[in-house]
Design a binder for this molecule. Structure first.
Ligand code: ATP
Ligand code: MG
Length: 397
């Protein structure tokens, strides 16, 4: 008979929640369930801050499922474990062959045991010692190293079964997406805004995205790149609704009517004004951007202040205090980096002024902006928005 296996998803921060804990758990199970649809059929139970995910049949792709679970916000760690009877001899008999894959390439190991069933005849140190001895017997090439082992074998004695595994994968942490409402992300094709999306989703915020496009100054290929980024964010953020705003006429009007040195800051204010409208219409509670202080002229403290003056929602800038190097590190980890560095133009890079104001004063910005009535063009741009949905299940991990 094939060994019964289970995926154990352990949650971190949710375990600390008080009265709302059940709601958080329900949401986490729901989010994991949706992600595992492409991996087969699974059965879910929970106990002691752990979700047990059991394959219903042999057809399940457990390895892929483990990867999906590890990327689900709310999960602190994932283990793939053998489900064994609570009988030490059976644990050894069935467990030794199960550990072969993990132990074959290792030189050193240690055993960790957890015993939540206090009626189990062996105490925690006994389990560790006896199981360690059994492993040394079965795999004589190994030695014990309790400080820095290549492999840690974990044996947990819980309510109904014993669980044995040798591989613990760190999860993404955070809290389940959907537990903190939904916000609208200003998504460019760059490195920073996808990372911003990841960071806010980590705090439980559902993310939809808005992108400003200026054809023919920006190409169809540039848009495809942003769509690709949406697809790459879905495993973390869940479903993403993607709004594309035709921005060309607004940018041309700006170029033709406003002083060049204020071009960037006014353009950003116009982006926010349009974003405000979409937030109001679709009930988004906040705006997210990938801005970082001092990165470019539009991201000085004063320029950000001028942008914020028109925002009608809280603006979340999770990478505001991060160095480019730190942002890149996250973007590599989540897998958006290679897409972000594809060399396609963004609307922010067309008509860029040679000498933008790095310390714009709000009164001057408002005066410069008032030289042209942008309202009709804003109205028109909003009418021209196209929407595309990116859903879990459409993409690859
Ligand atoms: P990123 O690396 O995310 O592209 P950036 O380094 O290009 O950022 P800016 O061009 O100043 O920096 O943009 C700052 C932020 O403004 C971006 O992180 C994003 O949130 C938003 N943004 C810029 N361009 C667009 C766009 N075309 N559509 C939607 N949002 C945009
Ligand atoms: Mg940036």
């Amino acid at each position: 008979m094939k060994m019964q296996e289970v995926i154990m998803a352990k949650y971190g921060e949710i375990a600390l929640k008080g009265l709302n804990k059940n709601t958080f758990e329900d949401l986490l199970v729901r989010n994991i369930r949706r992600r595992l649809k492409s991996c087969g059929e699974f059965h879910f139970t929970r106990n002691q801050s752990t979700i047990y995910i059991t394959p219903e049949n042999d057809g399940a792709d457990i390895e892929k499922a483990v990867e999906w679970v590890s990327k689900t916000f709310g999960v602190a760690a994932v283990q793939r474990a053998a489900v064994l009877p609570k009988d030490f001899d059976e644990i050894v008999k069935q467990g030794m062959p199960y550990l072969e894959e993990a132990l074959a390439g290792a030189k050193t190991f240690k055993v960790d045991a957890k015993r939540s069933d206090k009626k189990f005849p062996l105490k925690t140190p006994d389990i560790q010692r006896e199981l360690g001895a059994a492993i040394l017997d079965a795999y004589p090439h190994l030695t014990v190293d309790v400080h820095e082992p290549d492999v840690t074998v974990l044996c947990e004695i819980r309510d109904t079964n014993a669980y044995l595994n040798a591989r613990r994968i760190i999860g993404v942490g955070g809290i389940p997406v959907g537990s903190s409402g939904t916000a609208l992300l200003l998504l460019s094709g760059g490195i920073d805004s996808p990372v911003a999306a990841y960071m806010m989703a980590k705090r439980g915020i559902g993310v939809d995205a808005i992108h400003f496009q200026s054809p023919p100054y920006t190409s169809e290929r540039a848009l495809m790149k942003v769509e690709e980024l949406c697809g790459e964010l879905v495993p973390y953020c869940g479903d993403i609704r993607f709004y594309v705003v035709p921005f060309t006429e607004i940018q041309e009007a700006l170029r033709d009517n406003c002083p060049e040195e204020y071009f960037t800051v006014i353009m950003r204010r116009l982006m926010i004004k349009i974003t405000n409208r979409i937030c109001a219409e679709h009930d988004y509670k906040a705006i997210i951007t990938g801005e970082s202080v001092g990165q470019v002229a539009s991201q000085t403290i004063m320029a950000l202040g001028c942008t914020d003056r028109v925002a009608e929602y809280p603006v979340f800038r999770p990478v505001i205090g991060m160095d480019k190097k730190e942002i890149i590190e996250i973007s590599r980890k989540i897998g958006t980096f290679e897409t972000s560095i594809q060399p396609y133009e963004d609307c922010c890079t067309v008509f860029t002024p040679k000498h933008p104001r790095t310390r714009p004063v709000i009164a001057d910005v408002e005066k410069a902006e008032a030289r042209f009535d942008f309202e009709p063009l804003i109205e028109k741009a909003i009418k021209g928005i196209t929407v595309k949905d990116f859903k879990l299940g459409m993409e690859n991990v």
